[in-house]
Design a protein around this ligand. Structure first.
Ligand code: MTE
Length: 322
């Protein structure tokens, strides 16, 4: 695709997360929150928040912490994380939290189809009560060279794959985000290849690390993080972590993702984190820890190699690093 406008992901590394701008933007956002409290928010957004209350899955959180997955840094402050997001369906800035409140998360149905024994649909409240909810602390490394540390709650994607009963010939899983221009203004922008799509191999999807997050910070997941269900694959760049999933399809063809459609030369299918392979326009050698004002060297597979490196043995000729 011929990119004619400069957008967020086209920034050079030096501009990816300039701290002074970040904190200025937070100040602006604080002012916006004040305006909301004073009743200046659009009526429909406010009404939406009212109809969504209380979340029917509230009692499931916080899930029991799975101590196997540990962090080498503090958990990112919830407010900072919740006000610095990528959710292009709403807008392509990081200040998307307010607009994302228009997302209607009940009823929410997920369609399971493609190469499965029998396609079916399942409501989010049935799905979240099928498996025990656990909490995992994961690092999250965005391709834009920033990172967070997040306490997700949810269940392993392997459980969903088991429920879906894919045929043994199915080798990939394709996932899709909602499509609704009436609530998501970004989806009116026709140069983006909506809906957002991401994919994994079935082997990746059933790896123990691959997690479907339905909660974060000890409660149901916030809309700006991809409510009511989003993917967390911490050894891959953040764009693989598809939000607000409505469809999971099994296939024997490698799915083309949203980012591949948008900029194939820069964003590949595998998108595994590797500090030694620069993005075509910036280095991936280190990352800014959002909220801590600190840069650190990035780790191969974002530090999760012990769990996933074996998945890629013998695939050295493939474009494994986005
Ligand atoms: N999923 C959808 N549907 N739309 C998006 O724009 N952005 C991706 C990913 N999933 C995105 C998405 C990117 S680039 C990142 S870094 C993470 O979501 C950000 O997740 P967070 O906002 O919870 O930090």
């Amino acid at each position: 695709m011929n990119i004619i406008r400069r957008r967020g992901w086209e920034m050079p590394e030096s501009l990816a997360t300039p701290e002074h701008l970040f904190f200025n933007r937070r100040a602006l956002l604080g002012a916006a929150a004040g305006a909301a409290a004073a009743g200046l928010v659009p009526g429909h957004a406010f009404a939406q928040r009212l109809t969504d209350q209380p979340d029917p899955s509230m009692d499931l959180y916080p899930g029991k912490r799975n101590e196997k997955y540990t962090l080498d840094r503090p958990v990112t402050d919830e407010k900072i994380n919740g006000n610095y997001n990528n959710f292009y369906e709403f807008n392509s800035s990081k200040q998307v939290a307010k607009q994302a409140q228009a997302l209607k998360i009940r009823p929410w149905t997920i369609k399971i189809d493609g190469m499965v024994e029998k396609p079916f649909e399942i409501g989010i409240d049935d799905l979240v009560r099928k498996f025990p909810i656990e909490e995992r602390l994961y690092r999250h490394r965005c391709v834009e060279a920033w990172s967070m540390a997040v306490p997700w709650s949810g269940f392993p994607m392997a459980k969903l794959v088991e429920l879906a009963k894919p045929l043994s010939s199915a080798t990939y899983v394709r996932m899709e985000t909602f499509l609704d221009k009436s609530i998501a203004p970004g989806q009116k922008q026709s140069w983006f290849p909506w809906p957002y799509v991401e994919g994994l191999t079935v082997k990746e999807a059933t790896n123990e690390l691959t997690f479907l997050a339905t909660g974060a910070y000890g409660k149901p997941i916030a809309k700006q993080h991809g409510a009511p269900i989003r993917l967390a694959v911490p050894w891959k760049y953040g764009f693989k972590h598809i939000k607000s999933i409505v469809r999971v399809s099994f296939t024997d063809k490698q799915p083309r993702s949203y980012w591949q459609d948008l900029q194939d030369s820069e964003y590949g299918f595998w998108a595994n984190v590797n500090p030694e392979v620069p993005h075509p326009r910036w280095s991936q050698a280190n990352e800014e820890l959002i909220g801590l004002g600190e840069r650190r060297p990035t780790l191969l597979f974002n530090g999760y190699g012990e769990f996933v490196a074996d998945l890629y043995k013998g695939m050295e000729k493939e474009r494994l690093w986005a």
